[in-house]
Every structure is written in structure tokens, then in C-alpha cells.
Design a protein around this ligand. Structure first.
Ligand SMILES: *Cc1c(COP(=O)(O)O)cnc(C)c1O
Length: 337
């Protein structure tokens, strides 16, 4: 699907969807104006929609997709979310609560299914992120989605870390899935984009409204690059996950490493080095092959001490979040060791 879909058809058609840079269209057709729709996004949306099993809408960033979903909630909404969710998501929820745009935010440990289900009593939306960034905590999405819930409770999942290769939340009972396509879907650290996917017509129409009038639309070049990245998602993750599994095993035996967090799949490994913040910063300063930088999901391995950021006080000071790329394992280990 990732390879065959999203291509123009018919004799003489280009094999790849072109980068369309028109802001407007001749009157009388289906497409009118570039903030409402664009042939540049639809190829990307066709592929992501097929991978996640729903209808996809592209946004200008992961946060734009997240804000679009949360922005559809009424001011009376009660939102259940993991305390360990991506800082941007937690900050947005906290701020919207302070502004009166969300009535209540209940932060839970989403790895604790019972506590999460209990917190859903009277809630409007349960937001899940699994595995979480950067603690790699895994939520039992099917169990949480299948529990008897208040009428009208929606389940949204940030699937950025697992990607549809390892987890399809809509199949597991979620109503909406979001991604920071900046990360694994794009896969080359050369764009920012987001995407939301749903099977529910109500959610879909609401998200179209959110994008059209919120205006958080992706650029044509970004959509082209993201689709180009998607073509190799499967092979990139196969390689990165194999390397990450081996690195996690080696780190576990390393005398300078205290804790290794790895969910058993995917390309993200978080580990705590002995000596706390200072020792962890030394690792970031010493690596040569591995890139010391924020973000993740690229072909290049990158590493970062998360707790240096405001809002990341919950993260252990010596925790290094590593996004494993496609370099040779021997080269990576030589650098890391
Ligand atoms: C990076 C990230 C986001 C935000 O995405 P942007 O594309 O940076 O806006 C959201 N969720 C998770 C899990 C992320 O890692």
C-alpha cells in the first residue's frame, strides 16, 4: 500500500504525484481554493489513510493535528490524558484549560489500564499516546477502548512512536489517530507535518472544518517529501527496529547504564546513564556519528537529554532519548560505547 497508492493513473501519467503549487483553481471544478484542498496533500492522505485504515487529513505539523482534534471539543469537555504524554500536548491541554476552552484535564498513568478506565467516568475524550515520548510507556489501547464508557466518549491516539507498521489504533477501537509526520512517516528530518486519521464521519467533517478555518495546512513540498518518505517506512523501521533491539540489549549490560526503556519494537530507546544530568550531557557532547539534536524518526541516529527542557521536569535527569536510524550497528555501538 505504501508503495502502490497515491500515484496518478492512466497512460502518460507521471509515476509520482507532482508538487502542485497553485493557490487557486479555475472555477467550475471540485477544487476551489488551496486552503480547502490540494492535490499535493491527497496522495499523502491516500497512503496514510490506507496504512491506518481510515480517512486521513494532512496538517502543517503534528501539533496542528493535535490542536485540531482537541479544538473540536466543547468547552465543557473533560479530557483524560497520560501525564507522560508529549510535552507539547500536555502544555496545550493545560493552557486551554486555563483559558476555559477545556473544562477539566485528568492526567493519568495510561500504562495503568484500570486507573485510566476509572478516570474516564464522565469524560468526553481519552487521549492516549503509546508508546509515550520519552518514557516509552505502553497503554493497552484495546482494553481502554473496549471498557464500558460514558456515552459519546471518544478515544484518540498519538501513534507517532509506534507508526502503523507496529500499531493500528483504529483497529484497536480508537476513533481518531494522529501523527507527527515530522518523525517516522517523513523519516528524513527535512519537513514538519502532521496527520489525523479517522473512520468516523463526524470526526472527519469536524477535522476538515478545523483545518480549513484554523488554516494549519501543509505546504506542497512538505507533502511531496512526506509521501516520498512514506514509501520506505516499512524497510526503514525494519532495519531501525532490529538495530534498536540489539542496542537496547547491549546498553542493558553496559556498566555506565542504569535503566533501559525499550518496548520491544520500534526505533526509540530511552536509557538512563549513571551520573545523572552531567554524565548524560557528556554523552551528547562526545558522540560523533550520532547526532546530538532534538526530534526523532530520521534515517540518522539522534540523541537528546530530554529533561533539559522546561516542562520536562518529570523526566529523569540522566535519561537519554535515542532515535535509532539506519547506520550500521557496529558504527553506532562504537560511538555509543
Ligand atoms: C514531535 C511529536 C509531536 C509534535 O509534532 P510536531 O510535528 O513537532 O508538531 C507530537 N507527538 C509526539 C509523540 C511527538 O514526538
Amino acid at each position: 500500500m505504501a508503495i502502490s497508492l497515491g500515484r496518478p493513473h492512466g497512460p502518460g501519467a507521471p509515476v509520482n504525484a507532482p508538487i502542485g503549487t497553485s493557490s487557486t483553481y479555475r472555477a467550475g471544478g471540485d477544487i476551489v481554493y488551496g486552503r480547502e484542498d490540494s492535490p499535493s496533500w491527497s496522495a499523502f492522505e491516500e497512503v496514510v489513510g490506507a496504512l491506518e485504515g481510515g480517512r486521513a487529513l494532512a496538517f502543517s505539523s503534528g501539533m496542528a493535528a493535535i490542536a485540531a482534534v482537541l479544538g473540536r471539543l466543547p468547552a465543557s469537555a473533560v479530557v483524560v490524558a497520560p501525564g507522560g504524554a508529549y510535552t507539547g500536548t500536555r502544555t496545550l491541554l493545560t493552557e486551554w484549560h486555563e483559558l476555559g476552552r477545556v473544562a477539566e484535564v485528568r492526567l493519568v498513568d495510561a500504562a495503568d489500564t484500570e486507573a485510566t478506565v476509572a478516570a474516564c467516568e464522565g469524560a468526553t475524550l481519552v487521549w492516549l499516546e503509546s508508546p509515550t515520548n520519552p518514557m516509552l510507556a505502553v497503554a493497552d489501547i484495546p482494553a481502554i477502548a473496549a471498557a464500558p464508557h460514558p456515552l459519546g466518549l471518544s478515544v484518540a491516539v498519538d501513534n507517532t512512536f509506534a507508526t502503523p507498521i507496529y500499531q493500528r489504533p483504529l483497529d484497536l477501537g480508537a476513533d481518531v489517530v494522529v501523527h507527527s509526520a515530522t518523525k517516522f512517516l517523513g523519516g528524513h528530518s527535512d519537513l514538519l507535518m502532521g496527520v489525523a486519521v479517522t473512520r468516523d464521519d463526524g470526526w472527519y467533517d469536524g477535522l476538515v472544518q478545523a483545518r480549513t478555518y484554523g488554516g494549519a495546512i501543509p505546504g506542497a513540498l512538505e507533502a511531496f517529501l512526506a509521501l516520498r518518505g512514506l514509501r520506505t517506512l516499512d524497510v526503514r523501521l525494519e532495519r531501525a527496529s532490529e538495530t534498536a533491539t540489539e542496542l537496547a540489549a547491549r546498553l542493558l549490560l553496559h556498566p555506565a547504564v542504569e535503566v533501559v526503556r525499550y518496548p520491544g519494537f520500534g526505533a526509540m530507546v530511552s536509557f538512563d546513564v549513571a551520573g545523572g544530568a552531567e554524565a548524560a550531557e557528556r554523552v551528547c557532547g562526545a558522540v560523533r556519528l550520532i547526532v546530538s539534536a532534538t526530534s526523532l524518526g530520521g534515517v540518522e541516529t539522534s540523541i537528546e537529554r530530554r529533561s533539559k527542557y522546561a516542562g520536562e521536569e518529570r523526566t529523569p535527569p540522566g535519561l537519554l532519548r535515542m532515535s535509532v536510524g539506519l547506520e550500521h550497528i557496529d558504527d553506532l555501538w562504537a560511538d555509543l560505547d
